[in-house]
Design a protein around this ligand. Structure first.
Ligand code: ACO
Ligand code: ZN
Length: 220
């Protein structure tokens, strides 16, 4: 539908202000050549990275009306591992995380949410853990307002609590958020992480959560 309002908005987006790309989700200023270049680069890399062609022996662990969840394990064929690495790179870039080397790479479970359009729109990376530290407070007021350092350095309890499963990454493609994709990934993880039992939320811990991650985690 082409309403008058939309036409006005479209014209605005072409010439000034921020545009959200409907495919890659990047926000950029279309009138700024440098921004536009950066967008093009990101656009192609992103779409290539999340493209999912599928493989014969893929491990479908859940199916929904709008997609499915595939589990990838460390000993899977190299093309499956490659896809996971591509997605993880995108996610780490977006989150500004450093590449962390997992303690037990052979015990990592990666869940990919594949949309009907054959794209990876969600990703959850989990590993077995023995203990976790409860987050005690909001980002501290100790931070001076103009310092950007350590936005994630929340105070943690120094008393470890037993935990079973650590979520080292959870990510949903920007344009697909708030559709319960992350929640379905976590539910599937709880169901599949240990054979024969459904993990309670107490047994799951998020490592180094972002503000989004924290808002999500408190709703589990
Ligand atoms: N603000 C407030 N509440 C939220 C938010 C938010 N940004 N995100 C989720 N919730 C709560 C809501 O209650 C929501 O239910 P509702 O939509 O019915 O209100 C509930 O959590 C379930 O949300 P989902 O739809 O399942 O979450 P989504 O699919 O949007 O994914 C995620 C959440 C993964 C945090 C997403 O926002 C994201 O990818 N963000 C950027 C990456 C990131 O920060 N990831 C966490 C890093 S921490 C880590 O990886 C260990
Ligand atoms: Zn784009």
């Amino acid at each position: 539908k082409k309403t008058k309002d939309q036409l006005v908005i479209d014209a605005g987006q072409k010439h000034f202000g921020a545009t959200v790309c409907k495919s890659c989700g990047m926000i950029y200023t279309a009138s700024n050549p440098e921004d536009e270049m950066q967008h093009l680069q990101h656009h192609h890399r992103f779409l290539e990275g999340i493209k999912y062609v599928g493989w014969k022996k893929e491990r479908v662990v859940a199916e929904f009306w709008d997609g499915k969840i595939v589990l990838v394990l460390p000993r899977d064929p190299s093309f499956a591992i490659k896809k996971v690495e591509d997605v993880q790179e995108l996610v780490d870039n977006e989150l500004g995380f450093q590449q962390v080397v997992p303690k037990c790479p052979n015990k990592i479970k990666t869940f990919l949410f594949i949309s009907d359009e054959k794209r990876v729109v969600g990703c959850l990376i989990a590993e077995p853990i023995k203990q976790a530290f409860r987050v005690l407070s909001e980002p501290t007021s100790l931070q001076s307002p103009n310092s950007k350092e350590c936005p994630r350095a929340w105070q943690c309890s120094d008393v470890p609590e037993p935990a079973v499963c650590g979520i080292s990454r959870i990510w949903v493609f920007r344009l697909k958020r708030r559709k319960r994709i992350a929640r379905r990934l976590v539910d599937t993880l709880r169901n599949c992480f240990m054979f024969g039992c459904f993990l309670s939320t107490d047994e799951i811990a998020f490592s180094d959560p972002t503000p989004d991650g924290k808002l999500f985690a408190t709703k589990l």
